[in-house]
Design a protein around this ligand. Structure first.
Ligand code: NAP
Length: 545
C-alpha cells in the first residue's frame, strides 16, 4: 500500500522530471553553445569548490549546449582572463566579461540559469527605454554585484547586470560576488546588505531595481530612484489595474480574472511584498512552516495562470474618470477600476547614523542579510511579530542576537514570545536606540534606558530594524483619496475608497496585516469591483438605474 509520504515523493519526482524536461528543451533550443568555465585553485577541494562543480555539471548534463570546462588558477587561461579567485565561473569569456565568484546555490541558482540562457541567446532582451539610457554611456563600467544564496531580490538585479553586459560587451563587465564564499571582498566593500551594486568601485545601487533604474544608476554613477520615460508610453486597455503584487494584489487578480475581468497587476519592486523576505511563515493555514519566498513563488505562479503581471514598472499617476488612466514608468493603462494594494514599507528609526550606515550593518531584512552576520553580534530593534520572527531566524542561523525593545512587554504572538524565552535570547527592555555609530560600518549603538534614564553604549556588528511598517500611500495621497487618522486608506466594507472606481486592499488599509487577511481583502475588493461594474452603485444612488 502506498502511504502519503510515498505519494508525495512520487509527486515530487514527477514534478522534478517535468521541470528537468522543460529545462532541457529550453537549453537545447538555445541558438548558441555556451562555454562555461570553472576555475579552482589546485588542491583546493572544499565544500565551495565541490558545490560549484556539482552545480555546473548538473546543468551541463542537461544539454550539449553547455560546454563546461574546468581549469586551475595560475594556468594560461586564468592569466589571460585575469581569474584569481576560487571558485570562479566564467560565461563565454571570449565574448563577454561575465563571471560569478563563489557558488551560485539557493536563490542564486536562478542567476546561474539566467546567465546561461542569456549568454546562449546573445541578446539582452532589454526594453527600448533601458537601451536608450545605456547608449548614453561611453566609458567602461566594471560592475560588481554582491549577492547571497538566501536573498530573493538578488537574481533580479543580477539579471539586469547580465543583460547590460550582453547589450554592450565592449563597455560593460560584470562580477557577481557570492558573499558567503567571498567574505573578504564583502568586508572590503563593506557590502553588508545584498544585493549591492558597484560600478568602477562606486556604490550605485542598494537593493534590486527595475531595469531602467539600473541603467540610469549605471549612467549617473549614483543610486537613482525615479525613471521618467522619454518616449510616449504604449497603451494597454484592460478592465482592472491592480497596483501592487503582494498577497492582496495577486489574490485580487485571481478573483477579478475569474469573474471575467481582464486584469493587469503592476509591481515596481519584488513580487510577494513583505512575505518574500519573511524567513519562515508559521501561520498560513495549510502550511505548518513555509519559507516566505517559497510561499510567494507558489502564489505568483498561481496568479500568473490568470493575470498579466507588469513587473519592475512604477505607477506614477492615476487619473480617475469613467475610464481610469493609469500612467506608469513604461506605458499607459486604460481601465474601468483600480485596486490599490500598495502595502507598506519598512518604518525607520530616524536616529543619527541609520541612513548613513544602511547597508553597512543597518538592515531591514534578516532573511537577506542575516548570513553575513554568522558568528557576529547584532541587535534586533522592535517588539512585534516581525522583530521576534527575525530575532529567532538570526539566532537559528548562528548569529548572536539581542532584542532591544522600548517597553517591558513584547507585542508579539505568544508562540513567538515563548520561543524567544526558550532559546534564552537576551532582551534589553525599556531600551531605545539613540544613535548608530561606526566609521565604515556599524560598530556600536548608543542605548537609552527610559526607566533608569541611563545612556550606555553597546558594541555591535549589525542593527536589524523591525519596528513595523508605514502604509505606502503616496499614490493615494496624490489622488486625493481620504486617509484614516493613522494614515491608512479609508475604505468602506466593499473596499471602495473615497474616489469612485478606486478600491483598496491589504496592508495599506491597516488592520491585522496578516498574509491571509491581505488575501481576504484582495478577494473582497475584487468581488466588489465585479459587482460594482455589473451594477454601478453610483448610478443606483443617482436614480439612473
Ligand atoms: P508592529 O506589530 O507594529 O510592531 C512594531 C514594534 O516596533 C512594536 O513593538 C513597537 O513598539 C516597536 N516600535 C515602533 N516604532 C518604534 C520606534 N520608533 N522605536 C522603537 N521601537 C518601535 O510591527 P511588525 O512586528 O513589523 O508587524 C507588522 C504587522 O505584520 C503586524 O500586524 C504583524 O502582526 C504582522 N506580522 C505578522 C507575523 C506573524 O504573524 N508571524 C510576522 C510578521 C509580521 P511598541 O510595542 O512599544 O509599540
Amino acid at each position: 500500500m502506498t502511504n502519503h509520504h510515498d505519494m508525495n515523493n512520487q509527486e515530487d519526482a514527477r514534478l522534478g522530471q517535468e521541470v528537468e524536461a522543460q529545462l532541457k528543451e529550453v537549453l537545447n533550443r538555445l541558438p548558441n553553445v555556451v562555454p562555461v568555465y570553472l576555475f579552482t585553485r589546485k588542491g583546493q577541494d572544499d565544500a565551495f569548490v565541490k558545490a560549484a562543480r556539482d552545480l555546473v555539471r548538473a546543468f551541463r548534463s542537461l544539454s550539449k549546449k553547455i560546454d563546461f570546462r574546468e581549469y586551475e588558477l595560475g594556468g594560461e587561461l586564468a592569466r589571460k582572463w585575469n581569474v584569481n579567485r576560487s571558485p570562479s565561473i566564467l560565461f563565454d569569456p571570449e565574448r563577454f566579461s561575465i563571471r560569478y565568484l563563489g557558488v551560485p546555490y539557493g536563490e542564486e541558482g536562478r542567476t546561474l540559469l539566467a546567465a546561461i540562457l542569456l549568454v546562449g541567446m546573445r541578446a539582452s532582451g532589454l526594453n527600448e527605454q533601458t537601451r536608450n539610457v545605456l547608449q548614453k554611456i561611453d566609458t567602461p563600467r566594471e560592475i560588481k554585484l554582491f549577492v547571497s544564496a538566501t536573498c530573493p531580490y538578488c537574481p533580479d538585479q543580477a539579471i539586469n547586470a547580465i543583460k547590460t553586459v550582453i547589450e554592450n560587451p565592449r563597455l560593460f563587465s560584470l562580477e557577481m560576488i557570492d558573499i558567503q564564499s567571498n567574505a573578504d571582498l564583502a568586508e572590503r566593500y563593506s557590502a553588508y546588505s545584498v544585493p549591492q551594486t558597484f560600478a568602477n568601485d562606486v556604490l550605485i545601487a542598494q537593493g534590486a531595481q527595475p531595469e531602467e533604474l539600473f541603467a540610469l544608476s549605471l549612467e549617473k554613477m549614483e543610486p537613482q530612484s525615479v525613471f521618467i520615460p522619454e518616449s510616449d508610453a504604449q497603451v494597454v486597455e484592460t478592465d482592472v489595474v491592480i497596483v501592487g503584487g503582494g498577497p492582496a494584489g495577486l489574490s485580487a487578480g485571481i478573483y477579478t480574472v475569474r469573474s471575467g475581468l481582464k486584469t493587469a497587476v503592476i509591481e515596481r519592486g519584488p513580487l510577494g511584498g513583505q512575505v518574500a523576505t519573511t524567513p519562515v511563515v508559521e501561520n498560513y493555514p495549510g502550511f505548518a512552516r513555509v519559507p516566505g519566498k517559497a510561499l510567494v513563488d507558489i502564489l505568483v505562479s498561481h496568479a500568473l495562470e490568470y493575470v498579466q503581471i507588469y513587473h519592475g514598472e512604477e505607477v506614477l499617476d492615476i487619473l480617475p474618470n469613467d475610464t481610469v488612466e493609469v500612467i506608469t514608468s513604461r506605458r499607459k493603462f486604460l481601465c474601468r477600476a483600480v485596486i490599490l494594494a500598495t502595502g507598506a514599507t519598512y518604518r525607520r528609526l530616524g536616529v543619527p547614523g541609520e541612513s548613513r550606515l544602511a547597508g553597512r550593518g543597518v538592515s531591514y531584512c534578516a532573511t537577506c542579510d542575516g548570513p553575513l552576520f554568522r558568528g557576529k553580534q547584532v541587535i534586533v530593534v522592535g517588539g512585534g511579530n516581525s522583530a521576534t520572527t527575525e530575532a529567532l531566524h538570526l539566532y537559528n542561523i548562528g548569529v548572536q542576537v539581542t532584542l532591544v525593545h522600548r517597553r517591558d512587554t513584547l507585542r508579539a504572538q505568544e508562540h513567538l514570545v515563548r520561543n524567544i524565552r526558550d532559546n534564552s535570547i537576551p532582551v534589553l527592555w525599556n531600551t531605545e536606540v539613540q544613535e548608530i555609530k561606526g566609521k565604515e560600518r556599524v560598530s556600536e549603538v548608543v542605548l537609552y534606558n527610559n526607566k533608569t534614564r541611563e545612556t550606555s553604549s553597546l558594541p555591535t556588528n549589525g542593527v536589524f530594524i523591525a519596528i513595523g511598517y508605514n502604509p505606502t500611500v503616496e499614490l493615494a495621497q496624490k489622488l486625493g483619496i481620504e486617509l484614516t487618522p493613522d494614515g491608512f486608506i479609508k475604505h468602506d466594507s466593499h473596499h471602495r475608497t473615497s474616489i469612485r472606481g478606486i478600491y483598496s486592499a491589504g496592508d495599506v488599509e491597516g488592520g491585522y496585516k496578516q498574509i491571509v487577511t491581505a488575501m481576504g481583502q484582495g478577494t473582497e475588493a475584487a468581488l466588489s469591483v465585479y459587482e460594482d461594474l455589473m451594477h454601478p452603485y453610483w448610478q443606483v444612488q443617482q436614480g439612473v438605474v
